[in-house]
Structures are given as C-alpha cells and as structure tokens.
Design a protein around this ligand. Sequence first.
Ligand SMILES: Cc1cc2nc3c(=O)[nH]c(=O)nc-3n(C[C@H](O)[C@H](O)[C@H](O)COP(=O)(O)OP(=O)(O)OC[C@H]3O[C@@H](n4cnc5c(N)ncnc54)[C@H](O)[C@@H]3O)c2cc1C
Length: 338
Amino acid sequence: AVSGAITDAKGDRKKRPTQQDDIDVFVHLVEKRDDGIIVSGIKVSQSGAIGSHETLVLPGGSLKEGEEQFALAFAVHNGDPGLTYICQYNAYSAEREMCDDESDLGNPVYGQRETSTMVFDKVFIPWERVFLCGETKYCGKIVTRFAKAHRMNCGGACKVGFADLIIGGAVLAAEYTGVEKIPHIQDKIIEMVRLNETSHACAIAAAMKGREEPKGSGVYLPDDLFGNAAKLNTAHGFWEIMKNAGDIGGGLVVTMPRLKDLEDPEVGPALKKAFSATGPADKRLKVAKFLQHWTAGLHGPGTWHGAGAPQSQRFMFTVLTDFESKKKMAKKLMGMKE
Ligand SMILES: Cc1cc2nc3c(=O)[nH]c(=O)nc-3n(C[C@H](O)[C@H](O)[C@H](O)COP(=O)(O)OP(=O)(O)OC[C@H]3O[C@@H](n4cnc5c(N)ncnc54)[C@H](O)[C@@H]3O)c2cc1C
C-alpha cells in the first residue's frame, strides 16, 4: 500500500514557505549528497500513512523560483530512520479505547479513517527514490495531477459509499418509527439520493472523460473539471445528507443510552418500553448508534477538507472553465457582433 502526502503543516497561511519562522512546517531539503538527499519537515492529516508500506511525498502546492528547497517529490519506506508517525486522537479513538462492548461503536467492523502527522527529521532518501529535487516549475503540475485523481475518487466517489450507508440507516430509522410514508420524510430521503447520485455521476464522468497524460505515456488521468465538481458537490452535499439523516433519526441519534442497558434487569424494561416503536428497541438503538457515527462525528469536516478545502476546487473552476466560449455563444444568440 502507498499513501500520498501533500499537505504540509504550513504555519502562517499568509506566508510563503521561505518566510515561515520555522521552515519545518514544510518538507524541505536539508542536504544533497552523492547517494541521495536528506529531508526534514512535517506533513499533516496523512490518511493511512501509518499502515502503508510506502508514502509518496509531493510538494504541497505550486512553488516559485527561490523556493527550490521545497520542490521535492520522493518515496519513503514506512519506518525509515528519522520518520515519526503521530496518530490522530479524537472522540472515536476515545470511544474505541473505553468501550468494553462492540455495540457501543457506530462502525464496529471498520472503525475510522486513521490519519497521522508525519515528522521527517533528517530522513535519508536515495536518489533512485527521488522524483523532483529543486524543479519548482513542475510542482504545480504534479500536485494538479495528484489532485484530479484524488478529487474524483476520495473527494467524490468514496463519499458516495459513505452516503449510501447514511441513506440506508435513515430509511431504517424511518421504518422503525413508522414515518417512512410521510411526505416530508420521503422528500428528505429523495433529496439525499439526489445529492449523492450527483456526486456519483460526476465521479463517473471524470473517469469516463479521462485522458492520456502526457500523450503516449499510457497513463490516463480523470477529467479535471468533473473531478473537481465531484469533490465540491460532495463537500456541500454531505452536510445536507447528514442534516436530513439527523432529522429523520430524531434526537435519539445523540441522546440514546447504551445498547446493552436494554438487558439490564433494573433499567432494561423501562428502556424497552421507551424505545420500542414500529421497530423493536434494540434495532432502533442500533440504527441510532450507526447514524450517530455518521452524522454526529468527524465526517463533516473530514469530507469538507479531505482532497483539499473547497476553496481550491472553486479556484480550479475559474482556471478550467472556458468562460470566453460561453460568452461567445451567449453573444451569438443575442445577435451581438462584438
Ligand atoms: C479526513 C482527512 C484526510 C486527509 N487525508 C490526507 C492525505 O491522505 N494526504 C494529504 O496530503 N492530506 C490529507 N488531508 C489534508 C487535506 O488535504 C487538508 O485538510 C486540506 O487541504 C485543508 O488544509 P488544512 O487542513 O491545512 O486547512 P487550512 O489550510 O488551515 O484551511 C482552513 C481554511 O483556510 C483557508 N486557507 C488556508 N490557506 C489559505 C490561503 N493561503 N489563502 C486563502 N485561504 C486559505 C482554506 O481554504 C480553509 O477555508 C486530509 C484531511 C482530512 C480532513
């Protein structure tokens, strides 16, 4: 498995890498040797890095002349000397540590996406694993190529699978309380499907419209505009999907007791009475826990920022859209000469 490391710690976002108080907030060159390079710096939010055999490290964005020391692309083995992974810690981590019963977890089979902060402290990379070293003019291109694939699959398509689960949970929640045929509930479910299938379609379109890049290389990359559309639509749509599922699931999604309390001789009978509806109490609580995991946890910001903050996709729209041809078509229909 190979993970992809783009996001530098970045420090003060207004400043260029060379202007930072501590340049370690960007991965950078420390020394060039005959046999390879020495690198230091920090990449953050690295999905799956700790569990991958290798990480492909790329620059965090376009770079200019004078920023050569940050223009690096290389592959690093997991566990190479000087490389430290510091794992994320959040409410899901705590829940997993503390629980003594799997029913207390919203996603017991797969858990959560594990990211880590990767600290490079004078890590040696042999030349055969170095792909860029100082060539600033290629940084923008290499990042864009990575981003277009990432936005189609991670930003767009993968979240469609998440949303399929949320929609499934929401429909079950509606059935277990007897509201599944009520018009506004059906409307919310259809809205979730509309948002989700739009992202699905954009991701498929990005793949279908993919092109060989560069020509003759045999490497095909997704269409940039559709890939960015998939990710941006998902970023906005996912909050709506979470909102609708939270609505349908009711307050129980965040106020439920533990599932195993249903079997407690003292409080179990009252809880069964309280939470039985058209579906049995245990199924209602199980669905509530599932929806809690998907709608009241980390997935909002995760989906928003994963594959790049939405402002980056908006920027790509301005770069990739041919506004001149749109103006020309509009003028033609209006009979405007100039
Ligand atoms: C679940 C998850 C998994 C991830 N996995 C990976 C991964 O595997 N590999 C990887 O490389 N990255 C990964 N990321 C990182 C992701 O790409 C970043 O979170 C994203 O690019 C935003 O960067 P940031 O988190 O540093 O936020 P920030 O840069 O702090 O952004 C916060 C806000 O500030 C704005 N902003 C920041 N800088 C500027 C600026 N210069 N000008 C104008 N506005 C600015 C942003 O648009 C945003 O609105 C992951 C993130 C998440 C949440």
